[in-house]
Design a binder for this molecule. Structure first.
Ligand code: NAI
Ligand code: MG
Length: 338
């Protein structure tokens, strides 16, 4: 089977970790065809759009995408909106699967093995935002629909069933938002009834955050909406050893979008020190879940673990003895080709 992959490096460390992930992919799938496309803040400055039509078309055609990161400003810019949010919606990659598993680094917590399944197409991320009262009031619309909740809940429960997970925790804030989060809660609980072999519990998002800090081992699968999933998955990433190690795969009916959880990391961009592990493990998720290449996925994950276990690490893990992005990538590749 020929593998077609649309690759979007994006901004900042996306330009460093994505080439690293492709080097690793080529070790297990040398015949992969890479289709390069652009998106992000620099693209916006050059082309007036952060996600050109050609990029979206290429992503659709390939069905598999590897995305680095976009540097989205924290202030309004006329005509700009986050390309990754647009891409997830445009491709209808409606469920973002974000696992946190113990990795052999001193910053990770033993025993952690959880997956955040985050709704990916709606909530506050629909981008319906405006100001009133001459800029003194900002208003954002939160959208939760039955359809989007059903499909993300099915991904969570079907995945739990497939990989032998035991429990799904539905996270919401329905006590304050009974119309929107209340809908998410009730639809998720309806889907849960189709999966009686999986234990279902629910938590309010603040309590869920408390338990994620206090005892992350209590979680198995967390099913939640877009914003809560964004925040809780960064928290969970801390237990996995850090943001530099946290992979994700956004899935839809026909497409998959591999994207590290982290952003463009402007504080370290351009220095060649970014941790490529999150991007490499995102490729492993793509190999397993989209291309059905389980052996290759296991090989990549094994090579990353071996490289880390030998003490190879970038400076986000700890600074003493830290090596560069390229050197770390070479150590991973060495385990795949030896
Ligand atoms: P960030 O995830 O880029 O960085 C947070 C911290 O983690 C920084 O100290 C960074 O150096 C470190 N870090 C992240 N990934 C790392 C890696 N692979 N290796 C070593 N250290 C790593 O989040 P931040 O700083 O809040 O956002 C920066 C920009 O990224 C913003 O413009 C934001 O909009 C964008 N962003 C984009 C995302 C995406 O495109 N999917 C996701 C999150 C943020
Ligand atoms: Mg995030």
């Amino acid at each position: 089977m020929s593998l077609e992959l649309c690759v979007i490096e994006g901004d900042g460390i996306g330009k460093e970790v994505i080439p690293a992930a492709i080097d690793v992919l080529r070790c297990v799938a040398p015949n992969v065809t890479i289709h390069r496309a652009e998106a992000g803040w620099e693209t916006f400055l050059r082309c007036g759009t952060s996600l050109p039509n050609d990029t979206l078309r290429m992503a659709h055609e390939c069905g598999a995408v590897l995305f680095g990161a976009a540097a989205s400003p924290s202030y309004p810019v006329d005509g700009y909106s986050s390309p990754i949010v647009q891409l997830r919606r445009g491709l209808q990659a409606y469920a973002n699967v974000r696992p946190t598993r113990y990795l052999p680094v001193p910053t990770a917590r033993e025993g952690v093995n959880l997956v955040v399944v985050r709704e990916n197409t709606e909530d506050l991320y629909v981008g319906h935002e405006h100001t009133e009262d001459e800029g003194r009031t900002g208003i954002a619309e939160k959208v939760i629909t039955r359809g989007a909740t059903e499909r993300v809940a099915r991904v969570a429960y079907e995945m739990a069933t497939r990989v032998g997970r035991k429990k799904v925790t539905i996270v919401h804030k329905a006590n304050v938002l009974p119309q929107s989060d209340g809908l998410f809660r009730s639809v998720a609980l309806e889907i849960a009834q189709e999966f009686p072999h999986i234990l279902t519990e629910e938590l309010l998002v603040d309590t869920a955050a408390y338990w994620l800090v206090k005892d992350p081992t209590r979680y198995d699968v967390i099913l939640t909406s877009n914003l809560y999933g964004d925040i809780l998955s960064d928290m969970a990433a801390a237990w996995g050893g850090g943001l530099g190690l946290a992979p994700s795969l956004s899935v839809g009916d026909k497409v998959a979008l591999a994207e590290p959880v982290h952003g463009s990391a402007p504080d370290i961009a351009g220095q060649g020190v970014a941790n490529p592990t999150a991007a490499i493990l995102s490729i492993a998720m793509l190999l397993r879940h989209h291309w059905g290449r389980h052996e290759d996925a296991l090989a990549v994950e094994g090579a990353v673990c071996d490289a880390l276990r030998e003490g190879n690490h970038t400076s986000d893990i700890y600074t003493e003895g830290a090596i560069s992005t390229d050197d770390f990538t070479r150590r991973v590749c060495a385990h795949l080709t030896s």
